[in-house]
Design a protein around this ligand. Sequence first.
Ligand SMILES: NC(=O)c1ccc[n+]([C@@H]2O[C@H](COP(=O)([O-])OP(=O)(O)OC[C@H]3O[C@@H](n4cnc5c(N)ncnc54)[C@H](O)[C@@H]3O)[C@@H](O)[C@H]2O)c1
Length: 471
Amino acid sequence: MANLIRFLYHHALALSLLVVLRARTQARVCQRRHDCGPHCRAWAGTGASATAQWTIVATPHTLPIYINVPSALCDAEAPRWCSDRMRVFGALRAVAPVWETAMVNVGLIGLGKMGLSHLAIVNAHPEAKLIGICDTASYMCSILHKYTGIEVFSNYREMLDRKSLDAVIIATPSRFHGEMVREALLRGLHVFCEKPFCLDPGEGTSLAELADQKGVVNQVGYHYRFVGAFNEAKRLVDAQALGRIHHLRVEAYGPVVLRPKGGTWRAKSSEGGGCLHDYACHAIDIVNYLVGRPDAVSGTVLNKIFSRDVDDEVYATLHFADGMTGMIAANWSDDSLRRMSTQVTLWGTNGRMVVDRQEVKTYVRGAAGCTGAAKEGWDIRHTTDFHSDVWYYLRGEEYSAQLDYFIRCIAEGRRENISSFASAVQTDCVVSAMLQDAGGAWRRVDAGARTPAQSRTGEGGLLSLVTGALR
Ligand SMILES: NC(=O)c1ccc[n+]([C@@H]2O[C@H](COP(=O)([O-])OP(=O)(O)OC[C@H]3O[C@@H](n4cnc5c(N)ncnc54)[C@H](O)[C@@H]3O)[C@@H](O)[C@H]2O)c1
């Protein structure tokens, strides 16, 4: 019955809007998905010719609304034109309680650096409504309540129990993730949790299983998975444009800890602090995304630069099942860069690729049998070739895009996941292996030693030690 009322209501709305908004058009409007921002994703043209009128069918929450868009506005002004129309719909929402029920009601736990960023993004999302926020710091709660009017809680369980939430976003220090995710899942909520997922991969695995049982959307904040350049790199790897990849290098540098200091959770390894847990996990996750999880790690180095109790830089060798190797280098005490900068280089039998959030650089050997997925020789494509506009920009498109994806999965009843709990557990497993490997055996350099003859045939020396350990 509710659906019928909703259907009739929206068709009546649609008809009246058609009358109001009808305009003569010539042709193309909104052909590119990003013309009108995120709304376009749900929009489709219903007719096109050089002279015909265009009708756009917008389907927020799968309810159709028809508007005509004059193509004369298309190139420069269509985005603004369309968003003006969406504002009309926004205004209608106020008098449309049936529509209001279709909003995704979100609660947010943790109002620190990351939580405030999520708050701003979700608060601006056209299909989400932030109805509860929680932090143990009363100052943050009172300030935010004063300026947003959103109900605040100091106890997250109370918020989960008292508010009619569909979903929760968890942005607390990492050691709390596990317990908070569990409480949310037990209440049947969709969950977005910040990275790293869990400090104990065993706990993460059981939560991933629980999320599957509950059939809820589950996502971890590895935002590089929403960067167009990394997605293009994944496409090229899957298309085997580089042939068989035999080695990779991932590097992540940026300014987080630049002088001796303590006192915050980031300075305590038991709370998820340290460069490996809090920073290098992004680099590990992007490797997992591009080529799959390594099978083993060796030579892990966790150095302190300014921190007393945790690592500030991380180096290790990664070993993959098919013989491929990799090296990771991460340093969060590097202020030669203004923000985190992550780059992956992959070498394959057919070429090389260097990718970061700004560009994808490929060198493809045509003679080796180019698959057609990439241009022969050197090719550079930039982030502007891949990016889609977001409805709200903060820190980078990827931060908005990941929450947009989470909310849309919920609103549209999709149970697929990018950066699911299950995939984030794989990253936690690599972190855990590196922690166990760190400080492991060294081979001392012996000035008088003779090089074992076997090492030249690959049957002795360091290489055989590593491959032997993998067997
Ligand atoms: N994806 C990214 O780029 C990115 C960037 C920064 C941080 N993070 C992750 O986000 C999470 C939070 O990091 P941050 O930098 O925002 O930390 P932060 O210290 O700035 O903020 C954490 C907030 O959580 C609150 N809090 C602590 N315990 C709580 C509890 N029991 N209940 C409710 N609130 C509680 C604190 O009062 C604080 O306001 C971490 O897991 C971190 O790894 C991700």
